[in-house]
Design a protein around this ligand. Sequence first.
Ligand SMILES: C[S@@+](CC[C@H](N)C(=O)[O-])C[C@H]1O[C@@H](n2cnc3c(N)ncnc32)[C@H](O)[C@@H]1O
Length: 430
Amino acid sequence: MSDILIACLFPVMLLYLGLRLSMFDKGTLHLIWVDFLSLFNYSRTPNVVSHNGPFSIQASSAAYSRYRSLSMNELSRMRASYTSIGRAHKRIGYEIGYPKKLDKLAELIQANAKVTDGIVAVMRRNYSKELSISSTPSWPAVRSTATETSIDSHCLSRTREALKHFVRDWSDAGISERSVIFEPILCALSTISAPSSRSQKRVLVPGSGLSRLAFEISQLGYDVTACELSAYMNSAFRFLLDPDTTSIVNQHQVHPYAHWWSHSRNTANLFRGIRFPDIIPRLAEDEIVGLHLKEGDFLALDAPDALTGSARDTPKGYDFIATLFFIDTSVNILYTLEQIHKLLKPGGTWVNLGPLLWCSSAQAQLELTLEEVFDAMEAVGFSVAGGRDGCDSDEPDCMKRRTIPCEYTHDNKAMMRWIYEAEFWVARKV
Ligand SMILES: C[S@@+](CC[C@H](N)C(=O)[O-])C[C@H]1O[C@@H](n2cnc3c(N)ncnc32)[C@H](O)[C@@H]1O
């Protein structure tokens, strides 16, 4: 009897459910469906989320692999836009060389794709295990045209950002930008320790990007660990580290500005090629003083043991932590401050340079002013060298808090500039 009742009620329940769901708009239904499918994903492959985040090895390998096709799609849309103008305007366009310019962009996409393909090849060698877990990133299981377009544009902008980082970090063309932001940090680290003692000191560079700052600090004689979460950055850096892909100076060329046609004085500037690397970086073997790379979340790091050869009672932790354009990428700046504090040895030093460009749309849980950052630093247990106002005369000038106008992966031939009034400080763990 009860079976018959259930059999009768089942279609009624389905009808009721259908009616309730029809009250939601399409977007809500999509989210419900994605959540529902993700329940199954979680239960089948527990690690799938960390393996497939937007900065994961899988996502970035897929993005670099698609650089060529996505850029060509974008070019097709540009061609279609141009084709839609009237005949008289097309004639003027032809006379000023616009169609040729579109053809040239197609060539430059192929040229840039030599680098992105090279990165993919390096990724296949370095991350074969991770890439065999899933060859496609698990972005929303149900993909509408809108989500696909937004994923595609994120993929493209992240790969293009990496191309610009090659210029900023590893080309002669990046020297002027690098010197403004590296010099204060390198000067502070040169002042704090005598050259003879540096091989006994550990430096951590969290959010190291393409690691040029970490490399330069290692050139001062320190043992340096670069830590970077994004596989976009790590794989681009590995492209330079791998002797099979990079063995001579200026071996590669990118056209990093070819994709954004605004603020350009002429086509030669827009399409210019920039050669890299100006110097060939290599990692040190484990246990050997030099440059090391930790691929992952700096918030998950533990304080390291003292270097071999240090005094027996040397406490765990880094002697110095250097952050550049980093702290404002924090979801929760307080975790970042606490982690920097935790990873430093007692009396250790944190050197920072950067703006406060918090992740918008409430992605950052706290969006502090500079004064609030200093208050939070004091609460966590830091004291700012030279005092918060940078006026304490006992400190050498290069250690004092100050504002440094600077740029970030800027096209120095463009008709616009974005200047950060970045803040530099040295803080001690108390
Ligand atoms: C604005 S970029 C600056 C990169 C580099 N410091 C530079 O100046 O070129 C910030 C970097 O921090 C990385 N990052 C953010 N949070 C991180 C974390 N918790 N652990 C490691 N890296 C992180 C990002 O992936 C990004 O590459």
